[in-house]
Design a protein around this ligand. Sequence first.
Ligand SMILES: [Zn+2]
Length: 204
Amino acid sequence: MFDAHAHPGASIKDNALVCSVSGSEYAALASYKYRAAGTLALSGDSPDFTLMERYASSGFHIGEIGLDRRYPDEDKQEMIFRQALEIARRYDRLAIIHTVREYGKTLSILKDMKIGKFLLHGYTGSADMARLFIRLGGIISLGPGAERTRSFKALLTLPFVTETDMAVGEEEENVLIGWNRKLSLLTGTDTGERSERIMKEVLA
Ligand SMILES: [Zn+2]
């Protein structure tokens, strides 16, 4: 089983993609096998692209990055998002995208920049929109929050991966196991096995 989107926590594990939201976190991620350097408006920090690029060149993926309608200055968020995507492209890394009420804009930026190697984390949009992201080459990741969305049943028909968005550790492991058990029953597919296969392939 593989957690497609987690954060640094109490334990070091190899079966999770551990993401960050600010440059101040990057150094602490060094001991994880799968890790990503990100920047988000919600961190309150200004992005350091020189630092992000240095980590990208040493094997880090890029994320989480993205657009969040709850925070001000949309234009600045877009500029930062585009710069981070450019780094992901330059080093052929996976871009891990966080987007809140900005699915349409996120899609057009990815199309415009011809970015096809990305994971849309914590997806709660419509199934039709999800198919557009998948058509670009992207991966849709569902966390337990997806269960409360109107599109949940329709999303289950897609080849999604699974995540917790939690700090890695015992609690995160239990949530991941429970979430995959539920999804496997609902879909008739071993979603834990599928996530691990898809993630290890794209992160290789
Ligand atoms: Zn996260």
